[in-house]
Design a protein around this ligand. Structure first.
Ligand SMILES: Cc1cc2nc3c(=O)[nH]c(=O)nc-3n(C[C@H](O)[C@H](O)[C@H](O)COP(=O)(O)OP(=O)(O)OC[C@H]3O[C@@H](n4cnc5c(N)ncnc54)[C@H](O)[C@@H]3O)c2cc1C
Ligand code: FES
Ligand code: FES
Length: 1325
């Protein structure tokens, strides 16, 4: 190999500051400098920054959003990077983008907020007055797990010229108009204004920082020369001329060309690829051009996909339609390919050469007869971008010294049709499950096939050409016979083996022909348009099959009770107060655990996890790992000074492993990279042990449970079954869910020199649990362990118990090494190790009358608990207790049991079992409706609790708010009229169906164990009048601290600005309960209130003496009054007696109802959520902005759970889905196009200020989408003459929808005998 010279200086700017890096390391990414790590693979957008470059040719500056985790620092030579801190800060000036995101309540935990700001900011730098579509498009690559996106989009909408944030579109009236507000009396007056846009600073583009002139000079320097950056293991070479590039490519033929780095970067990070040399021709003018000619467009290989989009868009505008079919097909896929960041980074050359099997563009380019222009030192040549190239036939590939100079895409012609088709788990920013590029050329004036091309992606290791099928069809007419043969032949030619990687085999087979059918229809329609006399059109009812769902900008209205006008203006209770950290979230100044600066001698921890499901550990050999540079120690169970197993939770695996992903040992090293490398080198030998239990079915077979059965029963179930008209029996399977909090589990442990003290900074919902586990692991008193939680980047239940185990593991490492330990789980490790929501199997037997009245129900629930107890028993109890949902069934028996399996241990997750269990209830109600020929809504209405009642466990409650939510939801959503409209739509459309569903909800807060509901607070008043509030609850985005400040403000009668809430800590409030079960505000609010009231009582004598005095005057040292106190709330006195099956387990109920309407594409399984209306009983909302944020966020999380979020386990229990690439949470495109949320007023004397805890309740309301899908699928099945009762499982993925809409295509695909192969993935519920 040729040698390379020494390193150059890397020069770039960050936020206007010049950076000169003398030892730039090609292996280091920009993220390393910036932090905000979430996925590391370009999939979440949390690390978005703006990169600006000057183009000396056009003399223009280009601003692009990029994901810092995929930007090698070396690629930044001559670039200006702007991060969120550079956009604005609290100390200087807050930028309007930051201000609006914060004030529109677009931040909750705030972890995604810097990325959101940067995406909108970059858009505004390029388009100061964007369109609504541009806003939605700009946010497509940014994930948010908290907000449900609506307020984020809304904050961006305020920059649009056409801005109409008001949801009453087309009515000619604004929702702010007085007459639009409906209210009965002063108390019921409803508001819709969650913020005041008059406060917004205007956007002034002239105020933006200028591009550094030095970079312009550098870019225009005529004497630019090749640059080389020499790292520890790798070299980066950046040529500045084409000949230099070709020379380098000849010298280093194996070196990749780093362009967008969106293919090479992930391969290095996730597939351990190593390249000693990188060649980076970024900015080389010869690679960046667009050449428009009479017969086509040639696009430089260096053009980004965003630039490709612009170039094609221009061509489409200028050329006649018939010439632009290929371009339009490409544009359609470019809209949904990844997010804006990746589209701005990825290049056409990189895309074509990397030839991913899921490529959205290559199949279309091939179908459109594109050619690739290659160049090398030897000269240039063209090769066709065809099947041989895409299938990687050696003779059709690039030679190792060649590079792609450009791609030529010819115009389409009159009798030539080109289309791109695709289906993904979610509409945008998701790899296709199957995609295709197809084209057909006819003999002029006829429908006789002259040439046909079909390329499929995601059906094999490469994009595949159906060339044989195409060849056989030449000369055939474009008719149904041809289609039928084409389908049969293409299925023979493209065979997806039954055990193929990625699974969904039968679905993918179906998609192959369903997409072909779509193409067939499109072409027939096209032919008819060209000559209607000669070519018949497709049936009217098939028209809607032609188009994919459009991506629209979501809109809606939020309604809540106005504050009493007589309330003191200073009193913030009831007002939509902005999250106390919102501005800091938006400016990036909110400090998360990982943002904490490095500490002297700090070490990083990486994990080695079990690769076996259930096995004896024979040996652990760490010698190779220990010999690697930077490695300080390898820590195993042997190193735990105290207990290695606490409450059944094992810290380091000892003697045996009980699941794949169990932590066996950790490696402590000077950098994370070193720790991670070493962790891979630890050699563990195992001996498999039986049984290996993965699924609930297997657990039942092996009688493998964590606890005895939990049961509640009323009436006489057996007897009642004898007298009913009908009995149905069935099952529903509900799969699990990944928390996907944006901040992965992060822990910083600092061992102190004295007294074996340990200080921990981490994101958790339960600091005292962390303290307990660390104390047990180290065998030291809890008083020496201090846990601090400033904020958590999302929890959703996933940070209740798991941080304690991870903290114990880290503390053992800190104890052994004597050094501070920083432990940040990578996204993949986090998903693998920490598990999530329990998969559930529900079995039911229901007895009912023909009029829909349910007389008897016998229901059994089993959850997949995984390998350790965690909270599975308690989740089971919740399931059993809440299993009536909103319905009164006089003879009712419900039993539940947690299964012990060899999966990572499942844990708490928003809703705590209810979102899974209540689906089963809705499923049997829907089945009853079907058997009675009634609508599900009728059967729900008939069986719903109507008056003051008792639950099965004899707790009395009044369902009046439930009735109100249900009624209002049906009325205000115009359910009946829309249902009729949907039926009309369904009659007219064969391949697309609409469905509507309304679900009612009776939910609970709190715990059936009284002492879990207690809380404490500590309030100090300082002599300047400022107040420090501490309480036991953790802030994870839900606005708890904001509400606590509102409480303290009211109780102390001082402005909120006087109150500070710093952190949650075991030092200030000991033994606090977890922040979970929707009761954070309830219990901590009462504790804060108590503390404030104690202080006010102490101040009363002073106030009485000086009633007109100011607060600052009253809080005086001279009076010798303690200005500090603890506050305490004993907790709701709840209990449950399982023996007697009787109790008062919950303090109160939260009611709600939600109505959703969807449209499904029966051919692909895609669905679109058209509208959702939510009515939630909020009693009196302490903060409507926070509460609506919780409802919307939970709804979207629920909707994801019930539709697109799908965990994939191998039959051996290996979790396949470990990144945003293969686990899809909703993006901005999935949320309802119209989203209406109303807080319904009721009374709740039990809780503080008559409020209700709303943190979890919205989750289950997401199931209205599931049942709306079910309704649409039922309509499809009815029309096809199929039975309308079918098993309803969750999630209703595109695969489920497509395969349930049985038709000629699903009938046609080959099926495999399940006993002949091992599938790639299985369901574990
Ligand atoms: C989060 C994410 C989401 C994505 N989603 C999608 C999606 O939905 N649909 C889809 O189709 N794709 C998707 N992709 C893939 C993406 O389109 C490709 O990674 C990208 O197009 C590759 O381009 P690049 O410039 O980044 O290539 P690089 O990573 O820079 O290079 C890739 C390879 O191409 C070679 N190469 C680059 N340029 C040339 C050249 N001019 N001549 C010769 N060789 C060259 C390099 O040597 C290297 O081997 C996604 C990627 C990411 C990271
Ligand atoms: S996109 Fe960079 S961390 Fe997720
Ligand atoms: S606010 Fe978006 S992830 Fe938490």
């Amino acid at each position: 190999m040729a040698s390379v010279p020494n390193s150059d200086e890397l020069i770039f700017f960050v936020n206007g500051r010049k950076v000169i890096e003398k030892n730039a390391d090609p292996e280091v990414n920009l993220l390393y400098y910036l932090r905000k790590y979430s996925c590391g693979g370009g999939g979440c957008g949390a690390c978005t920054v703006m990169v600006s470059r000057y183009n000396p040719k056009t003399k223009k500056i280009h601003h692009s959003p990029v994901t810092a985790c995929l930007v090698p620092v070396c690629s930044l030579y001559g670039a200006a990077v702007t991060t969120v801190e550079g956009v604005g800060s609290i100390g200087t000036r807050i930028h309007p983008v930051q201000e609006r995101l914060a004030k529109c309540h677009g931040t909750q935990c705030g972890f995604c907020s810097p990325g959101m700001v940067m995406s909108i900011y970059t858009l505004l730098r390029n388009h100061p007055q964007p369109t609504l579509e541009q806003i939605t498009k700009a946010l497509g690559g940014n994930l948010c797990r908290c907000t449900g996106y609506r307020p984020i989009v809304e904050s961006g909408k305020h920059f649009c010229a056409e801005s109409t944030v008001c949801g009453l579109k087309g009515s000619g009236k604004c929702c702010m108009d007085q007459e639009e507000r409906s209210f009965v009396n002063r108390q019921e007056q409803m508001c819709t204004k969650l913020y005041n846009e008059d406060e917004f600073q205007p956007l002034d583009p002239s105020q933006e920082p200028i591009f550094p002139p030095e970079l312009i000079r550098m870019a225009e320097d005529p004497n630019k020369r090749r640059l080389t950056f020499q790292g520890e293991r790798t070299t980066w070479i950046a040529p500045v001329t084409l000949s230099d590039l070709l020379e380098l490519k000849a010298n280093f033929p194996e070196a990749p060309l780093i362009m967008g780095n969106t293919a090479v970067g992930p391969s290095i990070k996730f597939r351990d690829e190593f390249h000693p040399i990188f060649i980076s021709p970024l900015g080389l003018p010869e690679l960046y051009f667009v050449d428009y000619t009479d017969d086509g467009v040639t696009i430089g290989a260096g053009c980004s996909l965003a630039q490709l989009n612009d170039a094609l868009h221009l061509t489409v505008l200028e050329q006649p339609r018939e010439k632009t079919k290929t371009y339009r097909a490409l544009l359609k896929h470019l809209r949904t390919l990844a997010g804006a960041q990746i589209r701005n980074m990825a290049t056409l050359g990189g895309h074509v050469v990397s030839r991913p099997n899921f490529s959205d563009l290559n199949p279309i380019l091939a179908a459109g007869n594109a050619t690739i222009n290659l160049i090398s030192k030897e000269g240039d040549r063209q090769i066709p971008l065809n099947g041989h190239f895409l299938e990687r036939s050696p003779e059709a590939c690039l030679k190792s010294e060649e590079i792609v100079l450009s791609v030529y895409i010819p115009h389409s012609t009159q009798w030539h049709f080109v289309s791109g088709l695709r289906l993904a788990q979610r509409q945008e920013n998701a790899f296709a499950i199957v995609n295709a590029g197809m084209s057909v050329k006819f003999e002029d004036g006829t429908d006789t096939i002259k040439d046909l091309k079909m390329f499929y992606g995601s059906v094999g290791p490469t994009v595949v050409s159906a060339s044989q099928t195409c060849k056989q069809l030449i000369g055939r007419l474009w008719d149904d016979h041809m289609l039928s043969d084409a389908c049969r032949w293409v299925l023979e030619e493209i065979h997806i083996p039954p055990a193929a990687e990625g699974g969904m085999v039968e679905y993918r087979r179906t998609l192959i022909i369903s997409l072909l059918f779509k193409f067939y229809l499109k072409v027939r329609r096209g032919l008819n348009k060209m000559d209607p006399q000669k070519f018949s059109d497709i049936p009217e009812r098939f028209m809607s099959a032609l188009e994919d769902f459009p991506i629209k900008t979501p809109q809606g209205i939020q309604m809540f009770q106005c504050v009493d006008p007589y309330q003191s203006p200073q009193d913030p209770v009831g007002h939509p107060v902005m999250h106390q950290s919102a501005i800091k979230h938006a400016t990036g100044e909110a400090v998360f655990s990982d943002d904490m600066p490095p500490i002297a001698q700090e070490l990083f921890l990486a994990v080695t996890t079990s690769t076996r499901t259930h096995a004896k550990i024979i040996s652990i050999d760490a010698s190779e790992a220990l010999a690697l540079p930077g490695v300080v120690d390898v820590i195993t169970a042997e190193d735990v000074p105290g207990d290695n197993n606490h409450r059944g939770e094992v810290f380091y695996a000892q003697n045996e492993v009980i699941c794949v992903g169990q932590i066996v040992c950790t490696v402590a090293a000077d950098t994370y990279a070193h720790a991670r490398e070493a962790a891979k080198k630890v050699k563990i030998t195992y001996e498999d042990v039986e049984p290996r239990i993965i699924t609930i079915e297997q657990a039942l077979k092996h009688n493998s449970f964590f606890s005895i059965e939990k049961k509640v029963e009323q009436g006489n179930v057996e007897e009642a079954f004898k007298y009913v008209d009908q009995i149905i029996e069935g099952e529903a399977h509900v799969e699990g869910q990944e928390h996907f909090y944006m901040e992965t589990q992060t822990i910083l442990v600092i061992p102190k020199q004295e007294d074996r003290e340990m200080v921990l900074y981490l994101g958790t919902q339960f600091p005292s649990h962390v303290q307990e586990f660390v104390a047990v692991a180290l065998n030291i008193p809890r008083s020496r362990i201090a846990c601090h939680v400033k904020r958590t980047g999302g929890g959703f239940g996933g940070k209740v118990t798991k941080p304690a185990v991870l903290a114990a593991i880290s503390a053992v490492a800190a104890n052994k090494t004597g050094c501070p330990i920083r432990f940040i789980l990578e996204r993949g490790d986090d998903m693998l190790i920490t598990a999530g929501r329990h998969p559930l199997l529900g079995k039911y037997k229901i007895g009912f009358m023909n009029n829909g009245v349910i007389k008897a129900a016998d229901v059994e629930y089993y959850i997949n608990g995984g390998c350790t107890p965690d909270e599975s028993e308690s989740v089971t109890e919740f399931i059993v207790l809440k299993s009536d949902n909103a319905y009164y069934i006089p003879n009712f028996r419900c039993r539940g049991r947690p299964c012990k399996t060899n999966l990572p241990s499942n844990t708490a997750f928003r809703g705590y079992g209810f979102p899974q269990a209540a689906v089963v209830v809705e499923a049997y109600i829907t089945a009853v409706a079907s058997h009675c020929n009634l609508s599900p809504e009728e059967v729900k209405e008939i069986n719903m609790y109507k008056t003051i009642n008792e639950t099965t466990y004899k707790q009395t409650f009044n369902p009046e708010p439930l009735r109100r939510c249900w009624k209002e939801c049906l009325e205000k959503s115009s359910f009946s009229a829309r249902k009729l409209a949907a039926e009309e739509f369904n009659k007219k459309n064969y391949w697309k169906k609409r469905g509507l569903a309304v679900v009612p909800m009776k939910f609970t807060v709190g715990f059936p164990v009284a002492y879990y509901n207690q809380a404490a607070a500590l309030v100090h008043i300082y002599l300047d009048g400022s107040v420090l509030v501490a309480h036991g609850g953790c802030e994870m985005g839900q606005g708890l601290h904001t509400k606590m400040m509102q409480v303290a403000s009211r109780e102390l009668n001082i402005p909120r600005s006087y109150i500070h809430l710093s952190e949650t800590s075991t030092v200030t409030v000991p033994n606090a309960s977890f922040t979970a079960a929707s009761m954070g505000t309830d219990i901590n609010g009462k504790a804060v209130q108590n503390a404030c009231q104690i202080l006010m009582a102490r101040l009363q004598p002073i106030i009485r003496k000086n009633p007109k005095g100011r607060w600052e005057e009253w809080v005086t040292f001279e009076e010798s009054i303690s200005l500090s106190t603890t506050g305490y709330f004993k907790g709701y006195q709840t209990y449950m007696d399982w023996e007697k099956e009787k109790g008062d387990p919950y303090p109160y109920y939260v009611y709600g109802a939600s109505c959703s309407e969807v449209e499904v594409d029966c051919l692909t399984g895609a669905h679109k959520l058209l509208r959702t209306d939510i009515f939630m009983d909020a009693a009196f909302s302490i903060n409507p902005a926070v509460d609506i944020g919780q409802i919307e966020g939970a709804f979207v999380q629920g909707m994801g759970f019930y539709t697109i979020e799908e965990l994939k386990y191998s039959p051996e229990g290996v979790l396949h889905s470990r990144s945003p690439d293969d686990y899809k949470i909703p993006t901005v495109t999935e949320i309802p196009e119209e989203f209406y949320v109303t807080l319904v007023h009721s009374r709740n004397p039990t809780a503080i200020y008559s409020s209700k805890g709303l943190g979890e309740a919205g989750m289950f309301l997401g199931s209205s989408v599931l049942f709306a899908i079910f309704d649409a699928v039922t309509a499809a099945r009815k029309e096809r003459g199929l039975t309308t009762t079918f098993t309803l499982n969750s999630p209703a993925t595109p695969e489920f929808i497509r395969m349930t809409c049985v038709d000629q295509f699903t009938d046609m695909i080959p099926r495999d005998d399940p006993s002949t192969f091992t599938p790639w993935s299985i369901h574990v519920s």
